[in-house]
Design a protein around this ligand. Structure first.
Ligand SMILES: [Fe+2]
Length: 387
């Protein structure tokens, strides 16, 4: 058991149905006079965040709307949002959307506070000045970005997804209200859910995992095991939407303190080169990577077996290895049940860029916290299995 660890949990979480109605008063408490509200164009036009506008109007908060957030946000989109922030005299951020929106807000806040080029702040712990206040409001349940201190951005020149990470980047408040998930398309709900499950499983495998983060990850896995199918089937049902929202936020708190593994190393280049949805990419790679990591993860995978389902049949006659293999089978079965593609071939992704994706993957930070060392050749083989 690792009893030497550091925990950062900088964001206050306000959780629960209709907690979004507290947004206006929380802005006032934080002294936000002119926040920029970031969202993406699809979410705005769907009406899913009308309640966010209503809460701000009711509290007479004068906000500037920025609804041009991109999926897999690029460095250029972050520069654009920063210009708008400065031009309109904003003093704080509200991010209402999925991981891309929340990551955009965090990256813009770094650029605004520290100046220079965004690439000056790539990496971990390089940032000098504190960011303006930020309230994050997730409208998907998966990324956990509402409680993490990092932002994933796509560098358009280098064609890589990279990280900007520092404790100054924590949102002040995360409002996690599962009623905002009701209009989320089924495919996105499924992909985001696999992102959350990957966060928990990769967090448990990290050498930085501790009893603290493992408790969060285990609870997250248990909630996903119990409610995933019901939630993806109907995102408007309170019990399952609450459970998966909680699972995603707990997983965010876990991996924010431990780092991730090579599922993420493999998934990020697919976002950069093929614009594949991050969670869907994770869902495709998770079972194969669990097999790759099995030699080091036998005990942990065996332990989470019963969290994924209550099915304890024949456990008395099963070895630890058999239980661990059964866990991988259950993860694969869950991905199939919620219609995550089994391979990249099904998405018409070809071997184009395979060499450069393998190179980018091996250079990612997540390789360092994967339980089993992975070479560029290992990662290339994992791509090839699914192409
Ligand atoms: Fe992720």
């Amino acid at each position: 058991m690792n009893l030497n660890f550091e925990i950062a949990s900088g964001t206050k979480v306000i959780f629960g149905r209709q907690s979004i109605l507290k947004l206006g008063e929380e802005c006032t408490k934080l002294g936000m006079n002119s926040p920029m509200l970031l969202t993406d164009p699809g979410l705005k036009s769907s009406g899913a965040i009308d309640i966010v506008f209503e809460s701000l109007d009711k509290a007479k908060i004068n906000f500037q709307l920025y609804d041009k957030v991109e999926a897999n946000p690029s460095d250029t989109s972050i520069v654009d949002a920063n210009h708008k922030f400065i031009e309109t005299g904003c003093d704080s951020f509200i991010a209402a959307g999925g991981g891309s929106t929340m990551d955009t807000a965090k990256a813009v806040s770094v650029l605004y506070a520290n100046g220079g080029k965004l690439s000056d702040w790539y990496g971990i712990g390089n940032i000098l000045k504190s960011s303006p206040p930020l309230i994050s409001i997730p409208t998907t349940a998966g990324t956990g970005s509402e409680v993490t201190n990092s932002s994933i951005v796509t560098d358009t020149k280098l064609q890589i997804k990279t990280t900007v990470r520092n404790d100054t980047m924590f949102a002040n408040i995360a409002i996690v209200d599962s009623s905002l998930l009701a209009k989320l398309p089924k495919e996105l709900a499924a992909g985001a859910l696999m992102d959350a499950l990957t966060h928990s499983i990769e967090s448990i495998g990290s050498p930085k995992s501790s009893p603290w983060t493992e408790a969060l990850a285990n609870k997250s896995i248990e909630l996903i095991g119990r409610y995933a199918r019901k939630y993806v089937d109907d995102r408007s049902v309170e019990e399952s939407a609450d459970a998966i929202s909680l699972a995603a936020t707990l997983a965010g708190r876990a991996f924010g303190n431990t780092g991730l593994g090579i599922v993420h190393s493999l998934a990020h280049p697919l976002g950069a080169y093929h614009q594949l949805h991050h969670g869907t990419a994770n869902g495709i790679f998770l079972p194969s990577v669990m097999k790759f990591n099995l030699p080091k993860m036998k005990k942990k995978y065996a332990e989470i077996n019963t969290l994924l389902s209550n099915d304890t049949n024949n456990f008395k006659n099963q070895s630890e290895l058999e239980r661990a293999e059964d866990t991988i089978r259950k993860v694969d079965e869950l991905a199939r049940d919620i219609e995550i593609p089994k391979t990249l071939r099904e998405l018409d992704i070809t071997k184009k860029n395979l060499d450069v994706m393998s190179k980018d993957a091996v250079e990612s930070n997540q390789v360092k916290t994967n339980p089993v060392p992975a070479t560029e050749d290992d990662l290339k083989k994992l791509y090839e299995q699914l192409l």
